[in-house]
Ligand binder design. Structure first.
Ligand SMILES: NC(=O)c1ccc[n+]([C@@H]2O[C@H](COP(=O)([O-])OP(=O)(O)OC[C@H]3O[C@@H](n4cnc5c(N)ncnc54)[C@H](O)[C@@H]3O)[C@@H](O)[C@H]2O)c1
Length: 439
């Protein structure tokens, strides 16, 4: 079986390489010439653990290839996946579907045989039908069945998530065309039968909505525990015990109950916003999600004020070390990272910022104010700093000895916005230590 993957980003590259690992012939196409050039040269355009080896192995076995030429990728493909970006549209927060519609039309025009066109990108409910209209108009002579197969992988553990998913969701149109599309997708995912992964097939609208409902639910859960964490601080409770106490209830579940600086990343912010807009337009607003968005946005700004307060009310002329710039560990993705709010706020308040991130500094530099200094290690960032702010829970920040960290700094303020350190150990090392939701 041969497939094409349109988009060599975090989703397209990982999914394409994983399908190749399943034994399928995969051609990945991207309009970004530098990405394809890098991939052809054996270099990964993104940081994702294990991806370099997976790609190299499958290229060597002749099942995985890369091109800039869409027609070449589509030639002979039974299924073509769209894994292009769907960012927030400027101004109104709707998902910007320009890339999806353009790619769909390009695929239809290039197609030489009947195929299944699968949206793996996260797209608002109703998009699949729009895409079907676009391709039917572009190629009335050819049967192109549109299906939805939303992706649930997480950056940082993307390969494992793709290979061992909790479920696979497939949305198809009603009728025989939909049945054919479903059969092709079931065949592609057949290797997952061995580990008994549930395959949930549904109407295309349902599949599209499942993805948004899942992300919105997780965003609500994170935001809920963040608010409970703030309350814990006021009343002398410990949020970790609260999380455990509620998470052990099987109806609630233990995951996504870790407090932090507010959710970010390439999905939750834009997907919650897009769901809220779709729901408003449909006359059925999701007010819980709207409130979650507002609470999360306010949180990122509030945490910058917290740093200023911890520094005695002003950071003017002070040096603040920021550990972690990416939105989470094990990725170089900077989209909607907490650092994008925190660092400019500190600079605007007069601080000198020394930042360090194990993988994200290359992507961070063009996004952060010009005055930010980039360190070469955790201790280098801390050297001479009056305050230290931990924003992303990379393992190497956990590993550093508290005494060494303290000795490198000039001041003693430590704000741990991921609760990675032991409060007692940090106080013993001489830090004025503050974390989130712990007395
Ligand atoms: N990143 C994640 O963790 C994640 C997880 C699940 C779902 N998603 C969804 O998957 C989609 C892709 O996300 P991503 O993070 O991989 O985006 P990305 O920005 O990393 O990658 C998108 C790629 O598509 C390419 N592209 C755009 N138009 C093209 C065209 N016409 N032909 C060929 N290539 C084209 C771009 O150059 C880019 O390389 C989004 O809808 C996102 O919401 C992302």
């Amino acid at each position: 079986m041969r497939i094409a993957m349109v988009g060599a980003g975090y989703v397209g590259l990982v999914s394409g390489a994983c399908f190749a690992e399943f034994g399928v012939d995969v051609c990945i196409v991207d309009t970004d010439a530098s990405k394809i050039e890098a991939l052809r040269g054996g270099r990964m355009p993104i940081y994702e653990p294990g991806l370099d080896k997976l790609v190299a192995d499958n290229v060597a076995d002749g099942r995985l290839s890369f091109t800039n030429d869409l027609a070449e990728a589509v030639r002979g493909a039974e299924a073509v996946f769209l894994a292009v970006g769907t960012p927030s549209r400027r101004g109104d927060g709707h998902a910007d579907l320009t890339y999806v519609y353009a790619a769909a039309e390009q695929v239809a025009k290039a197609a030489e045989r009947p195929l299944v066109l699968v949206t793996k990108s996260t797209v608002p409910v109703g998009t699949g039908r729009q895409v079907q209209e676009i391709v039917s108009r572009a190629r009335p002579d050819l049967s192109i069945e549109v299906a939805s197969n939303p992706e649930f992988l997480r950056e940082g553990s993307a390969i494992g998530d793709f290979m061992r998913p909790d479920r696979v969701v497939i949305g198809v149109m009603d009728g025989p065309g939909g049945e054919r599309a479903l059969a092709v997708l079931r065949r592609l995912y057949r290797p997952l039968n061995l580990i008994e992964v549930p395959i949930l097939s549904a109407r295309i609208e349902t599949a599209e909505l499942i993805k948004y409902a899942a992300n919105a639910f997780l965003a609500v859960k994170i935001t809920f525990i963040n608010e409970i964490a703030d309350l814990c601080e006021r009343v002398g409770a410990d949020v970790h015990d609260v999380s455990r106490g509620i998470g052990l209830d099987g109806r609630i579940g233990r995951k996504f109950l870790h407090p932090g600086p507010g959710y970010g990343g390439s999905c939750f912010p834009k997907d919650t916003l897009a769901l809220a807009r779709t729901a408003q337009d449909s006359g059925s607003p999701v007010r819980l999600v709207e409130t979650t968005i507002a609470v999360n946005d306010a949180r990122k700004e509030a945490l910058a004020r917290r740093v200023v307060e911890a520094c005695g009310g002003s950071v003017q002329g002070r040096t603040v070390a920021v550990l972690g710039l990416t939105f989470k560990p094990e990725t170089d993705d900077m989209r909607d990272a907490a650092s994008l709010v925190m660092v400019p706020a500190l600079i605007a308040a007069g601080a000198r910022v020394r930042a360090f991130d194990p993988q994200g500094m290359g992507h961070a530099k063009p996004l952060l104010p010009a005055g930010v200094e980039y360190a070469t290690s955790t201790l280098d960032a801390a050297t001479g700093a009056d305050a230290l702010v931990l924003l992303t829970e990379w393992n190497e920040f956990r590993a550093v000895a508290p005494e060494k960290l303290k000795a490198a700094m000039r001041g003693d303020v430590l704000l741990d916005f991921r609760n990675v350190y032991d409060p007692a150990a940090m106080r013993e090392a001489g830090f004025a230590y503050r974390s989130i939701g712990r007395p």
